[in-house]
Write a protein that binds this ligand. Structure first.
Ligand code: ZN
Length: 150
């Protein structure tokens, strides 16, 4: 294993053992469940919006190390962000995980996310890494649909 792979593995395990923003938000603006039946990963996402800013986010998750680590990193990356920025980060993450050729690389602010790039070597685990992000995008889309209907 290369030094870089070792560091990435450590980052993933750190988020797995100490998940950031773990828990429930009572009175959350948005609540969304996500599952990855292939692996048995499950999570519930809670978001508190302040206008178009994600003021708080928490996740209750159980599953494999990849899904748990990715959930934790996702909350760190998007807390305090405008909805639009959160969506851009989520799409960049999906590009990184799904584009085999042209890799997206995150800058220092979100560099932990790059540690999940190696998961691409194990195609069945890509869904584990994407679960939290797809759940986030779903919940934000629902919020947009609601806003447009009003
Ligand atoms: Zn999994």
């Amino acid at each position: 294993m290369s030094l870089q792979d070792e560091l990435y593995k450590e980052t993933i395990l750190d988020h797995y053992h100490c998940p950031r923003n773990h828990g429930v938000i009572s009175g959350a603006t948005l609540k969304q469940e996500g599952t990855n039946p292939l692996c048995g990963d499950e999570l519930t996402l809670y978001i508190k919006l302040n206008n178009d800013t994600i003021e708080d986010i928490k996740i209750e998750a159980k599953g494999c190390s990849i899904s748990m680590a990715s959930s934790s990193m996702m909350t760190e990356a998007i807390i305090g962000q405008k909805i639009k920025n959160a969506q851009i980060i989520a799409h960049n993450f999906k590009d990184m995980m799904l584009n085999k050729g042209n890799d997206y690389v995150f800058n220092e602010t979100n560099e932990d996310l790059n540690s999940l790039n190696g998961v691409k070597k194990y195609p069945v685990r890509i869904k584990c890494a994407l679960l939290a992000w797809n759940t986030l995008l779903q919940s934000l889309e629902k919020d947009e649909a609601k806003a447009q209907g009003e």
